[in-house]
Design a binder for this molecule. Structure first.
Ligand code: NDP
Length: 420
């Protein structure tokens, strides 16, 4: 008997709940909880219709560790999958500690009043999780998550040492909205408007945000999707990979953005509607970003009309494994590992677009690894610290296959000569 409690019933949570139901031999009982009961109940109905599986739904305020702990005591899960918002990470981890239940999430903690994310808050739980004899798997979505496993897999299979990593994330899809984000608008806009950092020789080099003058970008020729302008962005998996890949010299994260998207970001910033500090409105305090979120399309609602593909993967350069070297040589080898997902195909399968799909399936497989003892350990782990082989193999069987090809290394000065 492996009971799972999924917290969060948005775009990602819906996919997670569906995939648990599609693996009901592993997840023998599924509980889905969210701030309000409407979204979980709609997902419950769809799951029953598609897969014939009955799930249970619950309202919970996951900002309150005590409420989450009470729900855990009531539902008795073996693992909690947190696909609510990054603001709730610490409260849910506290609840898991209080009840000694394993924890999986897809995004690192972020305080509400500061657009800043980093692992330090969650890594600080290491000793307490270890002492409680439970495991936390952090950032087990696609990026972070699968991208971390891709690096670990290439290291395990091909390299003695990884020297350069470029993570490339393309959404080559289109929907019928003039502007929409592909996951929670508040979290997404906070992420993409931040100052950019990339890693070089042990230091973090700062460059301007994607929509500002001086942003760094180049056109990468993606498999299936073709040439797409890709912008340097700071992404959370870089923090853990920089720590867990010894000898790493350079790491960058690139994401595709269209001019229309960037123009909207510039306007939002210039008129102040993406501010996260409270302002006075008719005698009431409101946070413009929260108001903006209420105006923007719900990312889950894009799925019905979304067409095109996502292509997410890693180009990794390193020193080849000693046993694969015919003669002793320091010649570097570069591999490109990636997944291609199709928005319309994801919609047909689980009623969601590909960004929700690629983020919502991996935490289910991470929970499976943990329950089946393929990932063992006590404490707090990032995905690259765990065996990537069973994870990627099971992920491929569950809709997210990968391909590996030889590739040229990407130049060190890429995009730096260009200016927006
Ligand atoms: P949504 O906004 O669509 O969904 C969030 C869900 O959490 C909603 O059901 C929401 O309920 C619920 N929620 C919000 N606050 C609380 C609370 N206090 N207590 C309980 N439930 C709450 O977001 P997404 O589904 O798009 O994203 C979910 C997570 O996935 C985010 O953390 C995001 O960063 C992460 N993500 C990770 C990716 C990866 O590849 N690693 C990629 C994409 C997303 P309500 O709507 O009623 O407020």
């Amino acid at each position: 008997m492996s009971i799972v409690l999924v917290i969060g019933a948005g775009g990602v949570g819906s996919v997670t709940a569906h995939k648990c139901a599609m693996n009901s031999d592993v997840f023998t009982k599924i509980h889905l909880a969210s701030r309000t009961i409407g979204k979980p109940n709609a997902i419950k109905k769809d799951i029953k219709k598609r897969w014939g599986v009955n799930i249970e739904t619950h309202p919970v305020d996951a900002d309150k560790a005590k409420d989450v702990a009470a729900l855990i005591r009531k539902t008795k899960p073996a693992v909690v999958i947190n696909v609510a918002l990054p603001y709730q990470d610490l409260a849910i981890m506290d609840a898991c500690l209080a009840t000694k239940v394993h924890y999986v999430d897809t995004a690192n903690y972020e305080p509400r009043d500061e657009a800043h994310f980093e692992y330090s808050w969650q890594w600080a739980y290491q000793k307490r999780f270890k002492k409680a004899g439970i495991m936390a798997v952090l950032g087990a979505g696609f990026d972070p998550g699968v991208t971390n496993a891709y690096c670990a897999y290439l290291l395990k299979k091909y390299f003695d040492k990884v020297r350069f990593v470029d993570i490339l994330d393309a959404n080559a899809g289109s929907h019928d909205k003039s502007f929409a984000t592909n996951f929670n608008p508040e979290i997404n806009i906070r992420e993409v408007t931040q100052e950019v950092k990339h890693f070089r020789k042990g230091k973090w080099i700062k460059t301007p945000p994607v929509m500002n003058e001086g942003s760094v970008h180049f056109a990468f020729d993606y498999p299936v999707a073709g040439k797409r302008e890709s912008y340097l962005l700071f992404h959370e998996e870089m923090e853990s990979l920089a720590k867990n890949l010894p000898g790493l010299e350079r790491m960058r994260f690139w994401m595709t953005f269209g001019q229309n998207y960037l123009t909207h970001l510039r306007v939002m910033e210039s008129i102040g509607i993406s501010r996260i500090d409270p302002i006075d409105f008719k005698g009431q305090k409101i946070i413009p970003m929260e108001f903006l979120k209420a105006l923007l399309p719900d990312p889950a609602s894009l799925a019905t009309k979304y067409t095109g593909k996502t292509v997410i993967g890693c180009i990794v350069t390193g020193t080849p494994k000693s046993e694969k070297r015919k003669v002793k040589s320091e010649k570097l080898v570069t591999k490109y590992i990636y997944n291609v997902s199709d928005h319309a195909k994801c919609f047909r399968e689980v009623g969601s677009q590909a960004i929700s799909y690629t983020a919502g399936v991996p935490p289910v497989i991470a929970a499976m690894m943990l329950l089946q003892g393929k990932w063992k350990g006590k404490g707090v782990f990032n995905v690259e610290e765990l065996d990537p082989e069973p994870f990627l193999k099971t992920l491929a069987k569950n809709g997210l296959p990968f391909k590996i090809v030889n590739h040229k290394p990407l130049p060190a000065a890429l995009g730096l000569q260009k200016r927006t």
